[in-house]
Design a protein. Structure first.
Length: 348
């Protein structure tokens, strides 16, 4: 099982400048590359200070010039916000700039807040139609001249300019949860990325079963790869209570997700207070004690034990999700401990 870094520029107030936030992202990416991580993933989000990435492509292009071997994943772009020609061309350009290290993840989108601003109020639940149409269109554009007459997009003969440079074109990944999404990904030769969010490892097992069921449904297609994305924080054994501030920080992150997802309060200059803790008084999965068990929080030995279970389930890639509302120095120390003590166990 290999490892990747999932990261965004992250601001919770204006005490951290955009320049500093991007420098922090770059430092963690360079640390991950030196530590043996295979890929860095940056997703797409709009008008949200807590996940700053209106387009991951320029961030990844900069990182291409600062790195040598780590792969560069747009994970994920939101299908309804992209024309297929633009998505194919920008990914291919990243592939050229990085000498064949680009990977493309796609999702249907989740925040109605973003759809109200980027897609004319299209219901976020309708994003799946865009996802199912854009994936094969991008592939055709990478192959050469292609005219498209679909339900969402129509365009005359066009092609991707430039073309990707890596053999077989950039790998494509689908953010999947329900069985239909898994089936679509496998049928179209795409890898699958999943996140159990606040649920325990039983959710990981269930997501793996959905993936394997989709693979079994398409035995004529080579098995794609499966990635599990999870909030991760590693602390030393001589700090037995260090899990608590990490779990509390992740609680804040999820309460922020809830506030943005609820789309009931107008943000102020890109900032939105997390939903109040009282709202989750009947939700034990939001408590720090529960998040200590479900998020990948623990000593190196504890993290290794859980990751061995993921590896045994057939997970190909574990993505170290470091967006969590903690300080840069806290994130850096956690990543350093993961690299020093966890990674060698899986690469020896």
């Amino acid at each position: 099982m290999r490892f990747s870094l999932f990261i965004h520029m992250e601001r919770w107030d204006d005490s951290v400048s955009y320049e500093e936030s991007f420098e922090n992202l770059t430092e963690l990416t360079l640390l991950a590359e030196a530590g043996g991580f295979g890929t860095v993933w940056i997703g797409e989000h709009h008008a949200m200070e807590y996940t700053i990435s209106p387009n991951p492509m320029p961030q990844l292009a900069y990182l291409a010039a600062r790195t040598e071997k780590i792969r560069l994943g747009a994970g994920t772009i939101i299908a309804p916000f992209w024309n297929p020609i633009r998505a194919a061309g920008e990914t291919a350009l990243l592939d050229v700039i990085s000498k064949g290290r680009a990977e493309l993840g796609l999702a249907r989108g989740a925040y109605q807040y973003e759809f109200d601003r980027m897609a004319g109020g299209l219901p976020a639940t309708d994003g799946g139609k865009h996802l199912r149409e854009i994936v094969p269109a991008i592939r055709k554009l990478w192959e050469g001249d292609y005219a498209h007459d679909g339900e969402i997009w129509q365009f005359p003969t066009s092609t991707s300019v430039p073309k990707p440079v890596q053999q077989g074109n950039p790998p494509m990944w689908i953010a999947a949860r329900d069985p239909a999404s898994h089936d679509f990904a496998v049928e179209n030769g795409c890898n699958v990325m999943v996140t159990p969010l606040m649920k325990g490892d039983e959710e990981v097992e269930d997501l793996v079963r959905r993936f394997e069921s989709a693979v079994a449904n398409h035995h004529d297609i080579d098995r794609p790869e499966l990635m599990v994305l999870r909030h991760t924080y590693v602390h030393s054994e001589d700090e037995p209570d260090a899990w608590r501030p990490a779990a509390t920080a992740i609680n804040k992150y999820y309460r922020s997700f809830d506030a943005w997802f609820g789309n009931k309060t107008t943000p102020v200059d890109g900032f939105l207070d997390p939903s109040p803790e009282l709202k989750f008084a009947e939700r034990p999965d939001f408590t720090p004690d529960s998040l200590h068990r479900t998020a990948m929080i623990g000593t190196p030995a504890e993290v290794i034990e859980r990751l061995r279970r993921y590896e045994a389930l057939g997970v190909d890639e574990f993505s170290f999700w470091c967006d969590n509302s903690m300080s840069h120095q806290e994130k850096k120390r956690s990543l350093e401990l993961f690299i020093e003590h966890v990674v060698p166990t899986f690469t020896a």
